[in-house]
Design a binder for this molecule. Structure first.
Ligand code: FAD
Length: 330
């Protein structure tokens, strides 16, 4: 069946999936408004800056295996907003550093991961600091109810592009979507952001950590065009993060730093700066099993990394494919 592109579209969530969907609808001629609860677009692609430090504390890098994603990235690669990360990525187990069996091209935003979401958001109408609490349907179309302020709408179509658990309450008007998304499970990640006064001198720039509360550690300054300071991002495993989810941030930072010292099997200097960040919905342990859902009758869709891949590339492709299908651009 060939469907026509909707005229007015609302997208809830300005992560890369929502932004890619919004771009797809705009390309098909729709007027699109994106609603984002945070101060800026990006979602789990985020760069935190403080003093002379910078940390990509969500997604660390991304791969590009699909030709469609390569096409979307091409202008960003050409302008230098996306570049390969040439860091020494290793595995790390209790002081033992080993090369990885499989090498892959790792791409990053420049000068921070957030450059990717900024580029995807360019030219889109994004209303930031606007948390949508309900999505309602009437004869006139879809209305979005924000936590504060006036309802927005009516829209012909709506796309919910938030992490699955945050999407569920917004899908009550589309029972098929509501049921399917309710089955998705996501898991948390505690992150520690730590800066040292002088370089640690570890023989690695990024590591998949084994037999540790940590799953990953990376020297942010080894990515292209970052500040020179010795800034590290430490990510806890999903199991450790889940077990300590409601703990206070400060002791979490200290424990992750201890875990890093143990993984490197050396004493670390006192950090110059240490903060934590809790990603409540970081990764997917039970995915939807398909990249997106689009209800043709209701003109409502869902997309996100939790569809079928849990990575930046799959998130972008999920939003892009949803817009493509919804606009009947087969
Ligand atoms: P999100 O980025 O979560 O975007 C959803 C947006 O919806 C958010 O901006 C949120 O604020 C907004 N929102 C939620 N509810 C509402 C509401 N009610 N109203 C308005 N807005 C709302 N991927 C990789 O490829 N490589 C990696 O190395 C990597 N490492 C990672 C490490 C960590 C710690 C984390 C957390 C993720 C990592 N990922 C990695 C995964 C990657 O970040 C995600 O796959 C991708 O960013 C998901 O994009 P998204 O648009 O689907 O969701």
């Amino acid at each position: 069946m060939v469907t026509s592109a909707p005229d007015r579209v609302a997208v809830v969530g300005a992560g890369v999936a929502g932004l890619a969907a919004a771009r797809g609808f705009v390309r098909a001629g729709a007027s699109v408004k994106v609603f984002e609860k945070a101060r800026a677009p990006g979602g789990r692609i985020s760069t935190r800056r403080a003093e002379d430090f910078a940390f990509d504390h969500g997604a660390q890098y991304f791969t590009c295996r699909d030709p469609r994603f390569a096409e979307i990235l091409e202008p960003m690669r050409r302008s230098g907003g996306v570049a390969p990360w040439q860091g020494r990525i290793r595995s790390l187990r209790r002081g033992r550093i080993a090369a990885l069996r499989e090498e892959t091209e790792r791409l990053v935003g420049v000068p921070g991961m957030s450059a990717l979401s900024r580029a995807l958001a360019a030219g889109l109408e994004v209303e930031a600091q606007c948390r949508i609490e309900a999505v309602e349907r009437s004869e006139r179309g879809w209305t979005l109810r924000p936590a504060q302020g006036e309802p927005a709408g009516p829209f012909d179509a709506v796309v919910v592009a938030t992490p699955a658990p945050q999407a569920v309450p917004l899908l009550e008007a589309a029972p098929r979507l509501h049921r399917a998304v309710s089955a998705v499970r996501m898991q948390p990640c505690w992150a520690a952001l730590v800066a040292f006064a002088s370089p640690l001198g570890a023989a690695l720039d990024g590591a998949f950590v084994e037999q540790s509360p940590l799953a990953w550690a990376a020297r942010n300054g080894s990515k292209p065009d970052r500040p020179a300071a010795d800034c590290w991002v430490l990510h806890a495993t999903p199991a450790w993060s889940e077990a300590n989810l409601e703990d206070e941030p400060e002791p979490i930072g200290a424990r992750l730093l201890d875990a890093f010292a143990e993984a490197l099997d050396r004493k670390l200097p006192a950090p110059e700066w240490l903060r934590t960040h809790r990603w409540r919905y970081a990764s997917t342990n039970q995915p939807l099993g398909q990249p997106y859902l689009w209800d043709t009758t209701a003109r409502m869709g869902v997309c996100g990394d939790w569809g079928d891949g849990g990575r930046v590339e799959r998130a972008v492709l999920s939003g892009d494919a949803l817009a493509h299908a919804a606009c009947g651009a087969e």
